[in-house]
Design a protein around this ligand. Sequence first.
Ligand code: SAM
Ligand code: SF4
Length: 457
Amino acid sequence: MEKIIDSNLIEKLVNKGQIPTKGEVLQILERAKVLKGIGLEDTALLMRAGSAGICLDDIYKAAGEVKRKSFGRRIVLFAPLYLTSDCINNCLYCGFRKDNIEAERNSLSVEDAVREASFLEGIGFNRLLLVAGESPKSSSIDKIVEIVRAIYDNTGIRIIHVNAAPMPVDKLKLLKSSGVGVFQVFQETYHEKTYAKMHTTGPKSNYQKRLSALDMAMEAGFDDVGVGALLGLYDWQYEVLALIAHARHLFDKFGAWPHTISVPRLQPTVGSPLTSAPYPVSDEEFKLIVALYRLAVPTAGVVVTTREPASLRDELLPIGVSQISAGSRTDPGGYSQDGERFDASQFQTSDHRSLEEMVEYIASTGHLPSLCTSCYRVGRTGKDFTETVSHEEMERYCLPNALLTLKEFVIDHANGSAAICNEVIEKNVASIPDEKLKKATVAKLKEIDAGKRDLYF
Ligand code: SAM
Ligand code: SF4
């Protein structure tokens, strides 16, 4: 079998112990700024330097610079849509696990899912991530496909991504053909022994099968896939290097870096035998992890969800994060109901700001809130996406598309945030360096004012 992760090499790099000099760190950061990624050795050196407090500000600054070169100032916003809390697996950390007798279970029908999607569309989201426990009954591939099609047919949602269990190639092809953009499978932990301890029964207990899930997705025609390690299960330094090794494997094999790197950190949940993280990750470490992912895989969307507190998410904006969720519910059906139902949730969320509050906050920091979905729809995906970003050509799409979707948001959904959003739009239009592009953007903004929707470059 093909070796995706060389655990001996990663262990060696974690334990090597050599702390680089300031000069060495600055050299690596210069190499990272050409947007071709940095290797495991260099990442390990930055990790060690950052952990020892050496050049930490330089690392953050470089990560921010790499993010700006890759995607400009835009921060993409999305919402998760949970389909079911039924699950045949027993992941010790998860509220949905099979043996959790305290869980209040709920599964959405196709109509329920469309209702939830319409609610999210109604507050301004264009992009959804469908999330599901693994259940042959409640989240069979055919049912997910039916839901995807029904949401596209009955709502204005523009792109749907999926985070679900690994699937065989024929099912992945079916899922892709329903119009799904990114297929995400988190490895949770790349450390095989820890993986075995955390995933005791069910199909997810097969480490290798999970590790090869994204190769299969790429082979089935998904040119965009998403990786993630659940922080807190094992030594974060091992996880970060292993995840980057996984990303490099996909790049070497398919010519495209993973489209997203999610950064989930273990949160409390009802009925979990894991009452605290076996390997806690501090906020300072979390920030360094985000910066390292950004430097090592510059073209990836680095995703931080509402699992994290507002203050930490705010601090991550200038150091590499590029996609965030807002107003999330992790209890299936939660958007159509009042009040968070912890017993029915996968885990507890922390940042409860609404989409509009997030848009307003992002705009106030000089970043650019974006509800854009253009790349998936014009086919700027996979290898093409990777190359466009690494040639520093993506901002000419990200910037105007963020402005067009922000304009739609102001007209259709904004209450208190219109003034600051309009100010940001005006300022950013003026900053478009290419006069032709600036003119085309102004023309499209006028069309939106006149009632047209869904315009993009
Ligand atoms: N059931 C599928 C699976 O496990 O691949 C779909 C995804 S699961 C519903 C979404 C992700 O939530 C998991 O991959 C895991 O990383 C994360 N997760 C599970 N329990 C968590 C917890 N207690 N805190 C934070 N994240 C958690
Ligand atoms: Fe099921 Fe996924 Fe939760 Fe594991 S993480 S118990 S597979 S929903």
